[in-house]
Structure formats: structure tokens, C-alpha cells
Design a protein around this ligand. Sequence first.
Ligand code: ZN
Length: 306
Amino acid sequence: MKDWATCEPDVVKLLTRHFTSGRGGHDIDKIVVHYNAGDLSISGCWSVWQNAEASAHYQVESDGTIGQLVWDRDTAWHCGVFSQNQRSIGIEHANRSDGTISEKCLDNGAHLVAALCRLYGLGRPQWLKNVYPHKHFVSTSCPGQIYGSQKKRYIERAQYWYDQMGKKEPTLLQCSPTGYWGTKVTRVWQALNGIDETGIVYRQPESAKRYLKAMTSSKFGNHSFRFVKDSEVGEGSLAVRRLQNRKLGIPWKDCTGVFDAETRRLFIKKYCPNYKQTTTLCAPSTAVKNFAKEINAEAKAKGIKR
Ligand SMILES: [Zn+2]
């Protein structure tokens, strides 16, 4: 497939006969699975259906190549019951002489079932719920071993692909440069420094709170700084130690892990050099905004995704 999300096939070779335009106003509610009763190619199906009064939307070849012969929006003549044709998508599979299909054909056929179930909102693939064998509608040997020895594996692969397609694609880890230091700013910084991404800056002194306005307020009322009594600060926060060392040039042995007055002064000097007030991070803070932009660019350059 060129694109599973949109069900764009490898090959388009449309029939001009032996299907019906449109679906008579019906929605697609099922998929019907077929086998060729032969090992046909996409062109091979196309040729057969020039004479035979039959068609299907898709053909899956033995090497897994998928072709479209009738658009989904039209009614293919595949399951022998016209009212069911109007509500279904027919998928043909090339098969071997014993009625089984190749592993490639099975996996891509099942993947196509999953993709169509996603595209048309049919739900998780399940036999006789949204995926049917041809023989369910008329007396036929079709779809061979797809609904015999390969029945279980076929639907399991369809379910696997359906679940895979439902997982969110990882996207770049970025924070919003709003000038407020929220959990996302902390997470991006933690990720860049190989620190557990808790989104929380631990053990900051209560006495510094009033100077850290950008860290204690946000547009959404949450913040990522956790304050303790000054006597309980200990080694402070590893995220702040890294900031002091890597961004503000403080030697590692002198890093306190605390957003103290000297750290705030250096931070503002670096990220907002024109600012007159030198130790308070306002809400919003231009320095925090610029810091966020800088770490976003670093996270992007490193391709950090979540
Ligand atoms: Zn069939």
C-alpha cells in the first residue's frame, strides 16, 4: 500500500463494467473476504472480470501487492447478494493450489481489512461482526482456507494492525514558549539532560518562591516547581543543577540545584539581557520564554519524540 491511513493502493486498475456506480445511499458496514480460486495478479483479475459478471474492490497478490479495481464509493459485484454488495467492501486474495494464501498475502490482506475498518469506523475486526467470508452469504467454497486453517491467524493479524493503527504516532517533544515555566518546559529540559521526565522541579526553597513568579503561576493554574522549607532543600533539583552548569556556566561543584538569587541573575542576564530587574522572574517572563524557545530548538535538533 502507498498509504494505509487513507487506503491508497499500490496499483489502480479500474474496471469500466460489472459494477454499479454509487451505493444506493447505503453506508459501508462490513468487509467480505474472497479468494481467487487461483493465483491471480491484479491484471489477471481485471481480465477475468471483463467477461465474468463479477468484480471486487481490491485484489491482494501473493507478494502482498494491493490493487484497486472498483472505488470504495461504488458497488462491486462480489458476494452474490446485491443489498450486501451495497454495504460491503470486497477483498480478493490470490491463493495457492491447496486453498491457502501466502504469508505476505495474508498479512497485507489483514492489514487492508484493519485499514478499512479504521477508515470507515467499523470497529475492531471480528469475524461475522464486521468481517465476513463470502460463504456466509451464498453457498461457495470461497474464501478457501482464509476461513479454514488460516481463519484464526487472518483475523488476529487484522486485529494486530487495527490496534497498531490506533496508537498515537510519536511527535516532537516541545513546550509552549508562553513565558510561564510549566511541567512541559521542565520535561523538555529533563529529556535533553537524560533526567527522568517527571515534569517537576523538586526541592526549591520557600524563600525563593516570590521571585519565581513564572514558575508559580501559569495560564492554567498549574506549575512544576515544588517548594520545601529552606532547611529541607538539600541538594536541590538535578534539573536546576544541569541548568546552572550547562547554560549558566557555573562549575559543577558550585551548582546548588536551587533557583537562588545568583542563578536567577545569571538566567535573566543570559535569556533577557535588557531586563532591568535582575533577580525576579515575572509572570510571564521573557527570559523563560527565550529559554523555552532555545530548548525547543535543541529537542527538535535531537529529534526527541514522545
Ligand atoms: Zn468470493
